[in-house]
Design a protein around this ligand. Structure first.
Ligand SMILES: [Zn+2]
Ligand SMILES: [Zn+2]
Length: 446
């Protein structure tokens, strides 16, 4: 560093350029010489902290924060460094700023948006999750209320979910819904007045966003202020595949049964299994919806062939006793009966959750009829501990898929549960299953 530079402009220029390029040494040297530059701003009142955050210069950002610079410095548009880090997806900087006490409840003066809006709009789901998890503990959000924060509106009435749906950000849509974002909230002036996230997803044309929203119970019949349903919006914007799913006359998808207590208490592993089962069941259903149209669903081919290969390798004892098609991955508590994720999910989706009412019937175990209190990931059984001896090869051959995916009712398959549980239920659980199936396995095919 040149000594004796009295001209602030040179130092200032060198400083901002060094911050942008991550030259920590230079930045420290300049600030050591002229500490007040840390509060200096350029252009639209961007500070060095803004520049470090926007460029993801985590070392410099940390150093600046350690010199106790205010983490909530605002530029001319009242944007904080945290907003810029969220906008540019600089996850480390988002994390560091929040640790340093940055306020997640600041609004900019452009659109009245928070850092959560920025993360959702620009599709940085990792940043979004960090902000959301901060909001669970952050004292500001706690006093404000977590769910109010998740559904925070910008100056035009858009929630983060509206922005994520409009900007085609399915991962953000998912994270927000999972955190309690209101799936049917309507906007004020954003987009078209009265738009729901589903209207905006239809407008943006993201099939993945449409899928997520439908799976969380978005209503295809909601109208915006001009009386349009999402289907009409998708058609107008030539998003044919979205329109096919949004068509109120096409089959309804399975909806994640979030109001169920046992669903809200799932551990992460069980939740992932069930969520995957939901999306796969809905994709299968989509195939039949889109069959008559010129659209095909671009879906990874992991499901069909892969599953079949696995199934052929596993022993019968691990097969789900309801569908005879999938591996048992979920164990029902307290009775301990096991079934596959698809069947578990369909049981829980039996009563389509109504977000307006808190009352949802608690599903019963199809084997023993006891109320299901908890779902956990099934442990792989060892040969000796297997009580349910259904090793008959006949059962293998009678594998029949439990048709969750087709037909106008999503719960067509539950008829199968009903009838099978009549066959096997009768209160004595595994023993009943064993007797019935060994006596007359043919009965299952009728
Ligand atoms: Zn099953
Ligand atoms: Zn049971």
């Amino acid at each position: 560093m040149g000594q004796g530079l009295s001209c602030g402009t040179n130092d200032e220029h060198g400083l901002f350029s060094a911050v942008q390029h991550g030259d920590l040494e230079t930045v420290e040297a300049v600030l050591d010489k002229n500490p007040s530059l840390i509060h200096h701003t350029v252009y639209d009142r961007y500070s060095v902290l803004h520049v470090a955050a926007a460029n993801g210069q985590i070392e410099i950002l940390s150093m600046l924060l350690s010199r106790s610079v205010n983490p909530d410095l605002s530029n001319r548009h009242k944007q904080t460094p945290l907003m810029l880090a969220a906008m540019h997806g600089k996850i480390n900087c988002v994390q560091k700023l929040i640790e340093a006490g940055a306020n997640i409840l600041k609004f900019d003066s452009v659109n009245g948006r928070t850092c959560l809006h920025y993360a959702a709009y620009y599709g940085h789901s990792d940043c979004l999750k960090v902000i959301l998890s901060a909001a669970r503990t952050n004292h500001v959000a706690v006093s404000w209320g977590y769910s109010r924060f998740v559904n925070i509106r910008d100056g035009k009435g858009a929630t983060p979910l509206h922005l994520a749906a409009r900007q085609r950000r399915p991962e953000c849509v998912h994270a927000l819904l999972d955190s309690g974002a209101l799936v049917c909230a309507s906007t004020g002036g954003y987009g078209f007045p009265g738009s729901t996230p589903l209207h905006l997803a239809a407008r943006g044309g993201s099939l993945d966003c449409v899928r997520e929203l439908l799976a969380w119970g978005a209503d295809r019949l909601n109208r915006d202020a001009s009386g349009r349903i999402p289907y009409t919006v998708a058609l107008r914007h030539n998003h044919g595949a979205c329109a096919a799913l949004l068509n109120p006359s096409s089959a309804e998808p399975l909806v994640w049964p979030s109001p169920l207590k046992l669903i809200s208490e799932l551990n992460q592993e069980a939740k992932v299994l069930l969520e995957r089962a939901l999306m796969e069941a809905n994709r299968e259903r989509e195939k039949s919806i889109l069959k008559g149209t010129s659209f095909s669903v671009a879906s990874p081919s992991h499901s069909d062939t892969g599953t079949d290969d696995n199934v052929s390798e596993i022993s019968d004892t691990e097969l789900c006793g309801i569908c005879f098609d999938q591996v048992c991955t979920i164990e029902v508590q307290p009775c301990g009966h096991q079934m596959c994720a698809q069947c578990t999910l369909a049981l829980c989706c039996h009563n389509k959750p109504n977000p307006m009412t808190a009352t949802v019937a608690i599903p019963a175990c199809p084997f023993c009829r006891s109320s299901i209190v908890q779902l956990i990931v099934a442990k792989v059984k060892t040969e000796n501990s297997i009580e349910l001896d259904v090793n008959s090869p006949k059962l293998r051959k009678s594998r029949r898929s439990w048709n969750l995916n087709e037909g106008s009712s999503s719960f067509k398959g539950l008829g199968a549960v009903g009838s099978i549980s009549k066959i096997v239920g009768r209160g004595s659980g595994r023993i009943a299953i064993e007797n019935e199936w060994i006596d007359k396995p043919v009965g299952l095919d009728t």
